[in-house]
Every structure is written in structure tokens, then in C-alpha cells.
Write a protein that binds this ligand. Structure first.
Ligand SMILES: NC(=O)C1=CN([C@@H]2O[C@H](COP(=O)(O)OP(=O)(O)OC[C@H]3O[C@@H](n4cnc5c(N)ncnc54)[C@H](OP(=O)(O)O)[C@@H]3O)[C@@H](O)[C@H]2O)C=CC1
Ligand SMILES: CC(=O)C(=O)O
Ligand SMILES: [Mg+2]
Length: 591
């Protein structure tokens, strides 16, 4: 057996578990599971061969009733399973039937998490094959409710918890994680979970959910994904008083104490996993998010999904929408409600793309974009008191105190909600923006559904069916005056899985804005005439793996062009290469 395994691994011992760079630019497929074809036999290695009861309890290798007679015989499973042998397809059918019977979304979420902990491949098979139905369960909006109730529904820990108690020992904590070969980390400190605010340690649902999309939508191996929650306390009084709260029961550490723990984490990640692990910052509050991105952008492979991923997905939607609303990017005037991570991140990428298209300096193209925050329109007279990320958006204008006033004064062609506050696009606001646009583009990005600036029904009804509408959380199609309108989902889930895959397969060591533009361009190109005819400005999620492969290829191409790719030589066909690197959830046969 030893010699077979050596052949499989090109002569190396499979028991050497130290991370190594591979031809794929990522980390090594230690067990040979993913480089073998689906027909080849693989060994269900953990650190030893899993068998019997422990094989059934190991989510990476468990197949439940799909273990064949031969596998049951040779892996000491006889008697541990009832006699029936079923296919993965039948298991999938049964689980989908069961899931559809739950009326409460949170029950569906819990059933999916339980499946992930029991049978990982079946979980991903379900998610990939039923992506449009299950995305709202494992992701927004249901994941938001799950985070709010995380303590009460907590059964088994998922991901890695790094709290202030582990200060000075973060490297040891990382070493406790069972997998050594990590390619993508999604980390949160739980301070701005969707539009739900500070959920402290219970924010863990977000990195767990985002990483399951990395695998299902982007094809990154589940074993290469690490969800992390940094627990520095919470300022959420309700959670502090909640007897089921799972985090540190103290108010948030700030300033040096916060920076020190984050720095220890960032250093330990590099030390443990090397230069090429992608660290995705997720749902940090903006007073930390911009600082962390700037501080670690020059030393680590970091990406802030809320600032950068959102920017890329919204730019793609706007570019695609030009086919429906007409004009070039520079012909449009943008107004945002919300000038935080999402709002200013999107604004900057749109201004950058406008500048590239027109050769007009970005300082000028920014003037086409206006933002409103909780104090009103961002104008020059407020400049001194503005947070640094808002200053570039302070233009010459008299003060305007609210969104309605700003809509009337600016007359935008594109209205974008990134405030985290629900129902802020009122009837009057949508009617006003419709009064001077034949087809206003309205994007209500805030998540979850309860925080959406308006519903699809409101956007279509109040604009008399003229709005091109997309939202961060999904809405069902809506019929208005005999026509069915299908709202698109403007969510960074279109971007980050393919973006991360592109970084991994090229062995990129830094993220650059041009890669965000490359991702955006690849996404916009995937919108078909059939989609446009339904009023959609995004392709359906059912095509997401193909979309992700195209995004990955465009991002990787840009990494090579910029000289930040380390996987050499560059594969000739990057789309095919990206596809060939993607994880498949089909069961493997055990020898
Ligand atoms: N669809 C998607 O893919 C994504 C959606 N989002 C969603 O966007 C929302 C915002 O996220 P993010 O930008 O990170 O959050 P931030 O906290 O960074 O920014 C929120 C902004 O909204 C402003 N704001 C809050 N309340 C009001 C109000 N009543 N009127 C006007 N402005 C208001 C804040 O103003 P001030 O600065 O004055 O406090 C701030 O500028 C969240 O709901 C999040 O779920 C985020 C990322 C991706
Ligand atoms: C989608 C996302 O990243 C957010 O709402 O924060
Ligand atoms: Mg987020």
C-alpha cells in the first residue's frame, strides 16, 4: 500500500503533513483526494485510516447509507448501518424533501448545519445543485437570524475562536485547528454583522457561511477553508445579559489592546500558513475595517469583502444595467444612502472605472458621486469633522439634511442603499427619483431582508414598473400590471468565491484594485440577453460555478499581468485551469 500511495503522490510519503506549495499555486492535496479522478480509488485518510464507527462520525469521509457493501466490509462498518445501500442522488432527494417540509427558515438552517457536520460532501452536493433555493438559508437572510440566536442554537463549535483570553498564545490556537493546509481564512470580530449591528462572538455564523460559499460557489476545498472569530467582547447589552451568550462577557476592547490581538493573529497566520493564505476581513465595523485593510494590505494577502467585494459586484451590476438604462458610466449621477464600508468602497471603484474609461482624473470623476450619511449629504462644509474615508466625497454644495432633500437636489440616475437601515427608500423618494428618470437604477444593498432599503414590490410599484432593481438579500419575482419583474441579487457572493479562487490558483501574494475591476468585468459579461429581457442585471446563481471560473480566470490573468502571481508558468487557458481546480462534492470510492 505504501508504494501505491507513494506513486499517487509522486514518490513522497503521504504522512508528511507539512504544507507545501503545489503546481496549482495553492497548498498540497495531502491525501490525493482531489487530484485523483472520480473513478480512481482513494484512501479515507485522516491522520490514520478512518474506519468503523469513527468513519461514520467523520464528516469529511462519511457517506451514510451510500457506503457500498464492499466498503462496509473492508472498513469495519458491518452492523453499524442498516442494510439498504443508496446513491448520493437518493440521499440528496430525501434531504431536499425533508428540508422543504420545514416552515421555519431557521430550522432549515439548523438542518443544513447538522448535515455539514455529519456528511460534508452531501452538504456541498445539496448546496451546489440547489443553490438558488439554499443560498437564502446558509447565507443572507437566514444566517443573520442564526447569528442573533447563535447561543441558543449552538450545538457543536464550527470554526476557530480567538479571544482576548488567548492573547500571547494565538499561534498555539491556530495549531489546534485540525487542518494544516489552509488557503482561505474568513475572519470577523462580529462588530457589524450584516445590518444587525454588534453580535460579538455570535458573528461566527458569517465566516462559516461565507466559507461554505467559497467551496460551493468557488470550488475551494472545504479542508482549505478556515472560519475565524476574534472575540474582543461585545457592546451589545442584550447579549451581555443573555444567559446563552457564547462569547466573552465584557465590553469591547479597543485601541492598543484591540490592535495588539489583531496583530498577533495576522502574524501568526503568516507564520503558520505562509505568504499565500488569503485573509478575508468580514463584517468589521468601519472604524477598524479601513485601518486593518490599509495596515495589512502591504504585508499580507488581504481582502475586505464589505469594501472591495461589494464594490466589485455593484460596479458589475451598474455596467450591466447600462444596457437597459442607456449611456456610459460617466453619463450617470450616483447617490448613496450610507457612506460606510460598502458605500464608499463602491463609490471609489465606480470613480476609478469611470476615470479609466474617460481618462479624466479620479478626483474629477468622484464629483459624479454623492453620498448621504446619518447627518445628511456629505458636503465640503462638513469636511473637517468627517471620518477619513468620507472626505473624498465632500463636494461643493449647500447642506442637505436628508435623503429626500438630496434626491431632489442631486437628481441621481442611480440610487444605492448601503445604510443598514430598512425601509429608508420611501414611496416619496422612489417616486421622486422616477420623476426625472425613465428607468431609475435602484439598488437596496442592505442585509438581511429586514434591513433592505425597500422591497422589490415597493421599488416596482412606486416606480410604476420602471425601476431596474436589485437587492442584497433575495426577493421573489413580482407581478405588476401583468408583467413579471425578476429582481437581481446585488450581493458580494457573486464575487468573493471566484475572486479568492483566482488568487489561489495564481499564487497571488497581494490584492490590487485592478483585480477588483477584472472580477467586475468578468461578472458583467456573464449577463445574457435572456437575463436582460427579465430586467436582470446579474446572471442567475444557478450558473455560479461557471461564473466563478470566469471571474477567477480574469483575476488570475490580472495577477500575472501585475507581476504578483507566483504560480509559474502561467497556465495557457486560465478558465479551464480554474475549472480543473474546483472541488467536486461527488462521493469518492474507498479502497
Ligand atoms: N449586498 C452586499 O453585498 C452587501 C451589503 N452590505 C450591507 O450594507 C449595509 C451597510 O454596511 P457597511 O457599509 O459596512 O456599514 P457601515 O456601518 O460602514 O456604514 C453604514 C452607513 O450608513 C449610514 N447610516 C446609518 N443609518 C443611517 C440613516 N438612518 N440615514 C442615513 N445614513 C445612515 C452611516 O452613517 P454615519 O457614518 O453617519 O454613521 C454609515 O455611513 C449593511 O446592512 C450590510 O449588510 C454590506 C456589504 C455587502
Ligand atoms: C453581504 C455582506 O457581506 C454583508 O451584508 O455584510
Ligand atoms: Mg459582509
Amino acid at each position: 500500500m505504501e508504494s501505491t500511495l507513494k506513486e499517487m503522490r509522486g514518490g513522497e510519503s503521504v504522512l508528511d503533513l507539512s504544507p507545501k506549495a503545489t503546481v496549482g499555486g495553492g497548498v498540497e492535496d495531502v491525501y490525493g483526494e482531489d487530484c485523483a479522478t472520480e473513478e480512481q480509488l482513494v484512501t479515507p485518510w485522516t491522520h490514520s485510516v478512518a474506519s468503523g464507527y469513527s468513519l461514520l462520525r467523520d464528516p469529511h469521509h462519511n457517506k451514510g447509507l451510500a457506503f457500498t457493501e464492499k466498503e462496509r466490509d473492508s472498513h469495519y462498518l458491518l452492523g453499524l448501518l442498516p442494510p439498504a445501500v443508496v446513491t448520493q442522488q437518493l440521499q440528496e432527494k430525501k434531504l431536499m424533501d425533508n428540508l422543504r417540509k420545514y416552515e421555519v427558515l431557521l430550522q432549515k438552517y439548523m438542518a443544513m448545519m447538522e448535515l455539514q457536520e455529519r456528511n460534508e460532501r452531501l452538504f456541498y452536493k445539496l448546496l451546489i445543485d440547489n443553490v438558488e433555493e439554499l443560498l437564502p438559508i446558509v447565507y443572507t437572510p437566514t444566517v443573520g437570524e442564526a447569528c442573533q440566536k447563535y447561543g441558543s442554537i449552538f450545538r457543536r463549535p464550527q470554526g476557530l475562536y480567538i479571544s482576548l483570553k488567548e492573547k500571547g498564545k494565538v499561534l498555539d490556537v491556530l495549531k489546534n485547528w485540525p487542518e494544516r493546509n489552509i488557503q482561505v481564512i474568513v475572519v470577523t470580530d462580529g462588530e457589524r454583522i450584516l445590518g444587525l449591528g454588534d453580535l460579538g462572538c455570535q458573528g461566527m455564523g458569517i465566516p462559516v457561511g461565507k466559507l461554505s460559499l467559497y467551496t460551493a460557489l468557488g470550488g475551494v476545498r472545504p479542508s482549505a477553508c478556515l472560519p475565524v472569530t476574534i472575540d474582543v467582547g461585545t457592546n451589545n447589552e442584550q447579549l451581555l445579559k443573555d444567559e446563552f451568550y457564547i462569547g466573552l462577557r465584557q465590553r469591547r476592547a479597543t485601541a492598543q489592546e484591540y490592535a495588539d490581538l489583531l496583530h498577533e493573529f495576522m502574524s501568526a497566520v503568516k507564520q503558520n500558513y505562509g505568504e499565500k493564505v488569503l485573509i478575508q476581513f468580514e463584517d468589521f465595523a468601519n472604524h477598524n475595517a479601513f485601518t486593518l485593510l490599509a495596515k495589512y494590505g502591504t504585508t499580507h494577502l488581504v481582502f475586505n469583502d464589505d469594501i472591495q467585494g461589494t464594490a466589485s459586484v455593484v460596479l458589475a451590476g451598474v455596467v450591466a444595467a447600462l444596457k437597459l438604462i442607456g449611456g456610459t458610466l460617466a453619463d450617470h449621477k450616483f447617490l448613496f444612502l450610507g457612506a460606510g464600508e460598502a458605500g464608499t468602497g463602491i463609490a471609489e471603484l465606480i470613480a476609478l472605472e469611470m476615470s479609466k474609461q474617460t481618462k479624466i482624473p479620479v478626483e474629477e470623476t468622484r464629483k459624479k458621486i454623492w453620498l448621504v450619511d446619518s447627518k445628511g449629504l456629505i458636503v465640503n462644509s462638513r469636511k473637517e469633522s468627517l471620518q477619513h474615508f468620507k472626505k473624498p466625497w465632500a463636494h461643493d454644495h449647500e447642506p442637505v439634511k436628508d435623503l429626500l432633500g438630496a434626491v431632489k437636489a442631486i437628481k441621481p440616475t442611480v440610487l444605492i442603499g448601503s445604510s443598514g437601515v430598512g425601509r429608508t427608500f420611501t414611496k416619496e423618494i422612489i417616486e421622486t427619483v422616477t420623476s426625472f428618470n425613465e428607468k431609475p437604477l435602484i439598488m437596496a444593498l442592505s442585509n438581511p431582508t429586514s434591513q433592505s432599503e425597500c422591497t422589490a414590490e415597493e421599488a416596482y410599484t412606486w416606480s410604476q414598473g420602471r425601476a431596474i432593481f436589485a437587492s442584497g438579500s433575495p426577493f421573489d419575482p413580482f407581478e405588476y400590471n401583468g408583467k413579471v419583474f425578476v429582481p437581481g441579487q446585488a450581493n458580494n457572493a457573486y464575487i468573493f468565491p471566484g475572486f479568492g479562487l483566482g488568487l489561489v490558483i495564481s499564487g497571488a501574494i497581494r490584492v490590487h484594485d485592478d483585480m477588483l475591476l477584472a472580477a467586475s468585468e468578468a461578472l458583467a459579461k456573464q449577463v445574457s440577453d435572456e437575463n436582460y429581457n427579465k430586467g436582470l442585471i446579474y446572471p442567475p446563481f444557478s450558473n455560479i460555478r461557471k461564473i466563478s471560473a470566469n471571474i477567477a480566470a480574469n483575476v488570475a490573468a490580472k495577477a500575472y499581468e501585475l507581476g504578483v502571481a507566483t504560480r509559474l508558468p502561467r497556465p495557457a487557458n486560465l478558465v479551464k485551469y480554474a475549472e480543473s481546480c474546483m472541488y467536486s462534492p461527488v462521493y469518492r470510492s474507498y479502497r
